[in-house]
Ligand binder design. Structure first.
Ligand code: ADP
Length: 482
């Protein structure tokens, strides 16, 4: 059987309370009992000793029985029983309230009395009854001449104690009932936020609405408050991720639909107009090739990004950045077409990482610079060694990026200039890949841009070792070209 946490908490709490209260009753009643018994014993001893003294002082003058008959009843309260016996256990005196009954005198105590000692014992008396008895010797002329037993029934005290414990038990029962009720209520109050969190989680599971939050009546800094806040933060994060994922899927479908539409349209045309002029036919095929090529690029970019999301582990080998920069520069020059592509300083610099990904990062940056810079513009590429960082700069004198677009250019599928990006076969994924590669190499990237003036992308990567290597002289073909 599963029991609710609230009920379990209440039961534990009530059980603990019960144990504590019972302990208090046990301790309190035995303290009361001890103190009552002490009182009774003190009184009995006082009364017994008084009788013994009376007999001692009266012994020389007459028979003990007569002395007692005259005085005992007046010195003693009526609920006290007295027996005085001589050495042969014969009765010398017995108080009237005893009628013809006797008080048991165990041999052990009788002997003690005859040896001159006094003491107490408890014995049965009547039905049902218990009697506390004090015994003492009567000593005269250095010799014990009689024993005194003074007794008192304990019935009254016993009843009183029993009633006290009985009443306390009722009080405990009521207290436990109240404690359980209050405990149950308190546990409910304490657990309410958890219940609310559970209800919210259930609602989210059922409806799929990630925008729900656990309500917070008032801010609290305790364990529950922290739990609820953490839960809500987690929901916000999930919602954000979910949204991003959803938007991403929508973007992907949208991005793929456009080239597919073009392709299918062209295919339909080609099939229908077999007698199409050769020039037009060639144009359409070229367009189809461009679109297909763009789709290919987009799909491979997407594949790379999804591997990145899944935590693709990059190689960690020594990469000579200077060599890489030279290679990329050499290849890009062929595509510059009318823009001036200039290689500035190239310091020797080695980093730890994945050569292929680093190359892709460089190519993307340089391609963008070419793409968004009109003919006649200038693009500069440089690699500088700064302490323990390598700094790659790609700057152009192109169209620039508006300030409101700057924060988003590294987002997937974000294009500041949709028409131009599309016309140039851009996928909108290039800078996302750049950002990922930089991050995966523990680097940083920043952009400065002015609309109409140009843009500067700066990447800083941690070096494998501080800059010491001698600069590789630029190959003659490169220096000669500029
Ligand atoms: P795309 O395939 O569209 O180039 P990117 O992710 O590489 O995708 O770039 C995102 C957007 O950032 C581009 O669409 C463009 O608007 C802007 N951008 C990137 N580089 C430059 C640059 N050098 N000059 C101006 N705009 C740029």
């Amino acid at each position: 059987m599963t029991m609710s946490f609230r009920l379990r908490l209440t039961l534990w709490y009530t059980a603990l309370l019960a144990v504590l209260l019972l302990l208090i009753v046990v301790v309190a009643s035995s303290l009361v009992r001890a103190s009552v018994m002490q009182d009774i014993d003190n009184n009995l001893k006082r009364q017994g000793d008084q009788i013994a003294r009376l007999l001692q002082t009266g012994a020389p003058r007459g028979a003990l029985a007569d002395i007692l008959a005259a005085r005992a009843e007046e010195v003693l309260p009526p609920d006290v029983y007295i027996i005085v016996r001589d050495r042969d256990r014969r009765l010398i005196y017995r108080s009237e309230n005893l009628a013809n009954r006797l008080i048991v005198f165990p041999e052990l105590y009788r002997e003690q009395a005859w040896q001159g000692r006094s003491g107490f014992y408890t014995t049965a008396f009547g039905q049902p009854g218990e009697m506390r008895v004090y015994f003492a010797p009567v000593v005269f002329g250095g010799e014990t001449i009689a024993t005194v037993q003074v007794g008192r029934l304990l019935t009254g005290e016993r009843t009183l104690l029993r009633r006290l414990v009985g009443n306390l038990m009722w009080i405990i029962l009521v207290a436990l009932g109240l404690g359980a009720a209050v405990g149950y209520w308190l546990a409910g109050v304490a657990l309410r936020p958890i219940q609310e969190a559970t209800a919210t989680a259930l609602e989210i599971t059922r409806t799929g609405r990630l925008d729900r939050r656990v309500p917070i009546a008032r801010p609290r800094n305790d364990e529950i408050g922290t739990l609820v806040n953490t839960f809500n933060e987690m929901l916000a994060r999930l919602q954000e991720l979910f949204e991003k994922q959803r938007r991403f899927s929508a973007d992907v479908s949208h991005e793929l639909r456009t080239p597919l539409t073009t392709l299918l349209g062209n295919i339909a045309l080609l099939k229908r107009w077999e007698a199409l002029p050769a020039a037009e036919r060639a144009d359409m095929l070229a367009e189809m090739e461009t679109e297909a090529e763009r789709m290919r690029r987009m799909v491979s970019d997407l594949l790379l990004l999804s591997q990145a999301d899944a935590g693709l582990v990059l190689a960690r080998e020594r990469v000579e950045l200077d060599t890489l920069v030279l290679e990329v520069y050499r290849q890009a020059r062929r595509r510059a077409e009318g823009r001036e592509l200039v290689l500035m300083e190239v310091d020797p610099a080695t980093v730890l990482g994945d050569a292929e990904r680093l190359r892709q990062m460089l190519v993307n940056l340089v391609n963008n610079a070419i793409q968004y810079t009109p003919a006649g513009g200038r693009i500069e590429l440089s690699l500088k060694c700064l302490g323990n960082q390598a700094q790659i700069t790609v700057s152009d004198t192109g169209q620039g990026i508006a300030a409101e677009d700057l924060p988003y250019i590294f987002d997937r599928f974000y294009r500041a200039d949709k028409a131009r990006s599309r016309a140039a076969g851009g996928t909108g994924l290039g800078l996302s890949i750049v950002k990922w590669v930089v991050d995966a190499h523990w680097g940083e990237i920043d952009v400065q841009s002015q609309v109409g003036q140009g843009s500067t992308f700066r990447v800083r990567l941690p070096l494998a070792e501080p800059c010491t290597r001698a600069a590789t002289p630029l190959p003659a073909e490169l220096t000669a070209a500029d």
